[in-house]
Design a protein around this ligand. Structure first.
Ligand code: ZN
Ligand code: ZN
Length: 359
C-alpha cells in the first residue's frame, strides 16, 4: 500500500507521465477504507478487453458503497472500485468485439439476454447480470459479456469524460422510460442531482410540464436549461407541500411525481404531491432497512400507481451516449472539476459529487 510521501511521489511522477510499472488503482478494503495501490496491469482473455481509462467519474452510489464497505454487485473485498469510465482499448482478447485503439465507454453491467426479465425488456433486473468494477484505475479489465453487450464506440470529437456519463444518464433515461407521463401532463421531479436533471430533460422533451424541486438555486437554474417549466425549493413541511401543489393544475397535484433522491422522506413527499389517478415513480436508491410509510387511504381512493425504476438497459445505455453526443455542452454542465485518484476518497466521503477523475 502507498501512503503519505510515497503517494505524493507517485502522483508527481504520474503527472510527468513517467510512472508505469504496473498500474495505480483504488482498491476498496472495507467501510471507509479506500486505498491507492500499485497493482499488476490486467490482461485480456477470450472476448475480454483492457481499457486504458481516460476518464472515470465519481458517483453518489460509490459514496454509499464506500460508507458501507460493500455492495452485492462487488463481491468480497478487497476489490477494484469505480463504475463509471471511458477510455481507449489497449488489449483485446481473441474474439473480442473491439480493437486496440478504439475509444470506448463501458457500462457497469451487462444482462444475460435470455432470462424472464431480459425477455421482458427489464434487463436491469436480470437474474444473471454481470457487473464491472474498477474504473478508478489506470487500466480497466472488461469481462467478455460486458465487452460484447455494453461496450460502445465513442463518436469522434466527444470527450471521454462526457461519454462516461452514459451510465448514470442511462439510469435517468430508464426512470423516464418507466413513466407513463404524456405530453401536456404535469410532472413534479423531487431532486435536482444528475438523476433528477436527466429525468426532467427527458420528460420535458416528451412535452410534459415539469416542475423540479431542489434546495440549491444553481440546480434549479440548471433544470430550467434542461427544460423544466418551473422550479421550486424542496418542500420540507406542510407549507412547502402546499406551495408546490398550488403550482400543479387546479392545485390537485401532478399527474406524475418522481422521487429522484434515495431518501424515504422524499418518497413520501412524492406520494403527497400526486393527483388522483396519478403515478409515483420511486427512482433514487434508498439505504438498507429503510421503510416507506405512506397514507393508505389516498393511495387506494386515489387509485395511485406506485412504481420504481432501477439501473439501466442496453437500450437506455445506447440512448444515453446518443443524447450526450448530440448536446455535449448541456451534459458538460453535469460534470464537476477534474481530480486525481488520490482525491477520490475525499470526494466520496463528502457525498460523491460528480468529478472527472483522470487516472
Ligand atoms: Zn453511478
Ligand atoms: Zn437476464
Amino acid at each position: 500500500m502507498l501512503a503519505g510521501r510515497d503517494l505524493e511521489r507517485v502522483d508527481a511522477a504520474a503527472a510527468r507521465g513517467r510512472y508505469r510499472p504496473g498500474m495505480r488503482a483504488l482498491i476498496l478494503h472495507g467501510p471507509g477504507d479506500l486505498r491507492l495501490e500499485e497493482r499488476p496491469r490486467p490482461t485480456a482473455g477470450p472476448g475480454e478487453v483492457v481499457v486504458e481509462v481516460d476518464a472515470a467519474l465519481t458517483c453518489a452510489t460509490d459514496a454509499k458503497i464506500l460508507a458501507r464497505g460493500m455492495h452485492p454487485s462487488l463481491g468480497p473485498v478487497p476489490v477494484p472500485f469505480g463504475h463509471e469510465g471511458a477510455g481507449t482499448v489497449v488489449e483485446a482478447g481473441p474474439e473480442a468485439r473491439a480493437a486496440v485503439g478504439d475509444r470506448v465507454v463501458v457500462a457497469n453491467s451487462a444482462p444475460c439476454g435470455v432470462c424472464e426479465w431480459c425477455d421482458a425488456g427489464r434487463e436491469g433486473l436480470c437474474a444473471d447480470i454481470v457487473y464491472l468494477s474498477g474504473t478508478y484505475a489506470q487500466y480497466l479489465w472488461v469481462p467478455a459479456r460486458i465487452a460484447a453487450v455494453n461496450l460502445l464506440a465513442i463518436p469522434d470529437g466527444v470527450d471521454p469524460a462526457l461519454a462516461a456519463l452514459s451510465e448514470p444518464v442511462a439510469c435517468g433515461l430508464r426512470g423516464a422510460e418507466r413513466s407513463a407521463a404524456a405530453a401536456g401532463q404535469s410532472v413534479v421531479v423531487l431532486g435536482g442531482g444528475l438523476q433528477g436533471q436527466v429525468i426532467c430533460a427527458a420528460l420535458a422533451r416528451r412535452g410534459c410540464e415539469v416542475i423540479l424541486c431542489d434546495p440549491h438555486p444553481e440546480r434549479r437554474a440548471l433544470a430550467v436549461r434542461m427544460g423544466a417549466a418551473a422550479t421550486e425549493d424542496a418542500p420540507r413541511d406542510a407549507d412547502g407541500l402546499a406551495r408546490v401543489r398550488a403550482m400543479t393544475p387546479e392545485g390537485r397535484g401532478a399527474n406524475v411525481t418522481v422521487a429522484a433522491v434515495g431518501a424515504v422522506s422524499v418518497w413520501e413527499t412524492a406520494v403527497a404531491l400526486v393527483r388522483p389517478g396519478g403515478e409515483v415513480n420511486l427512482h433514487g436508491g434508498p439505504g438498507p432497512g429503510e421503510v416507506l410509510g405512506v397514507p393508505a387511504g389516498p393511495v387506494h381512493y386515489g387509485e395511485i400507481t406506485l412504481q420504481a425504476s432501477y439501473h439501466h438497459t442496453p437500450a437506455t445505455f445506447r440512448a444515453a451516449l446518443t443524447a450526450i453526443s448530440a448536446a455535449p455542452e448541456l451534459f458538460a454542465e453535469l460534470l464537476g472539476p477534474e481530480i486525481g485518484l488520490s482525491e477520490v476518497a475525499q470526494v466520496l466521503a463528502a457525498g460523491g459529487q460528480k468529478r472527472v477523475v483522470r487516472p
